[in-house]
Design a protein. Structure first.
Length: 378
């Protein structure tokens, strides 16, 4: 039977394998620096229970003037992103594990038994539910006609956005061992881009699920199954005509969206989402360094390696800065041009697992304890 390891379990296995006193497994101490900017809290909102103990990573999403968020216990909310005022709130009688996705008319979430729930974007009323083959740990995505959902067992589904009926299914064989997680599929017009635990990224048509191309981002290497884990758990990032894809124990690759042809690739190991702004691509490595790479070549512009073993989340570029959160709930603000520390804020003692999101100027942070906070920099 195949078994999916969570990152927590995998990290524990790696630590247990080390028996030498020379290996430091403690998190790096916070670096002292003189702050040059300050995070200013604009508003905050409690979103139920926040994340759960099964390592859920429910991530808010911005669409138009609103931000949508969900808690593991089933609360889904729509808020005005400029002031946090509530548009609507919906209590679902289910434990949520995947979301939040937003289409032109729908807000989408998934649960541990594989059920996708679609809510009306304007009112929060339930529109339909559809149960798939396995638990859903990523956000369903939609172009308004098709809803695309990736399940933990390696399947990608296309559902009718009107009623949730299945239109197509794409199957990808799972390796023996995987990380516990799946990348969000990326939907752009009639194109779907999806990364899998096999280390491959696939381009398909959203309308019928027909494969356009396939590209291997990471090649399994090593003698043990643990060494051969090459999951793509980071959501593909599309900038213009270039798709950026990051894998665990593999590479970060820039790919032509039209045909899947690689443009450049660099060695990298990350399971976190990536970010890009103004010619730079930002990635948090599994060695807990933050790197900025030149988007046209993959050359390193800068690297901040002062947060070792702090279990960094996804970097988020906003304004003139890059934000990254750690397991203790600190948000570290780095200068976008050189990676130096410019600010730090303790946001949630329970940690921050969800990727932070931004409208370009405001940073939205969703702590594991359930508080969603909007920050500006002054």
């Amino acid at each position: 039977m195949r078994k999916a390891f969570s990152l927590v379990v995998l990290s524990g296995v790696l630590a247990a394998c080390s028996s030498t006193d020379s290996v430091d497994i403690n998190p790096a101490e916070l670096v002292d620096f003189e702050p040059s900017v300050e995070l200013n809290e604009l508003w905050s909102k409690d979103i139920g229970s926040g994340q759960d103990s099964r390592y859920s990573s429910l991530t808010p999403v911005i669409s138009g003037d609103n931000i949508y968020a969900a808690s593991a216990e089933g609360e889904v909310v729509s808020l005005q992103r400029n002031n946090g005022s509530e548009n609507w709130s919906r209590e679902l009688e289910q434990e949520l594990s995947g979301g939040v996705g937003v289409g032109p008319k729908l807000v989408l979430v998934g649960n541990y038994v594989g059920t996708v729930t679609a809510l009306d974007r304007e009112t929060g009323a339930q529109v339909w539910q559809s149960t798939l083959s396995s638990e859903i740990l990523s956000a369903p995505k939609s172009n308004g006609t098709v809803v695309v959902v990736q399940t933990l067992d390696g399947h990608l589904f296309g559902l009718d956005a009107d009623d949730g009926s299945q239109l197509w299914r794409f199957d990808n064989q799972l390796p023996v061992l995987t990380l516990r997680g799946t990348a969000d599929p990326l939907v752009s017009g009639d194109n779907v881009y999806a990364g899998f635990a096999s280390g491959k990224v696939i381009g398909l048509r959203a309308s019928d699920g027909v494969q356009n191309w396939e590209q291997r981002v990471a090649v399994p290497q090593g003698k043990t199954e643990l060494e051969r884990v090459v999951d793509i758990d980071a959501t593909p990032l599309l900038i213009g005509e270039i798709l950026y894809v990051s894998s665990y124990q593999g590479r970060l690759m820039a790919i032509s969206r039209a045909n899947g042809r690689p443009l450049w690739a660099v060695d990298s190991s990350s399971h976190q989402d990536i970010s890009a702004f103004n010619g730079l691509v930002f990635v948090s490595g599994d060695n807990d360094s933050v790197r900025a790479l030149k988007s046209g070549s993959g050359d390193v512009a800068w690297e901040n390696d002062k947060m070792e073993r702090r279990k960094l989340g996804a970097p988020t570029a906003f304004s003139s800065y890059v934000a990254v959160a750690d397991y203790e709930g600190y948000v570290h603000i780095l200068d976008r041009e050189d990676g130096r520390f410019v600010a730090r804020e303790k946001v949630d003692g329970d940690g921050i697992r969800a990727s932070m999101v931004t409208d370009g100027e405001i940073l939205y942070v969703y702590g594991n304890g359930g508080e969603l906070i909007a920050y500006s920099v002054k």
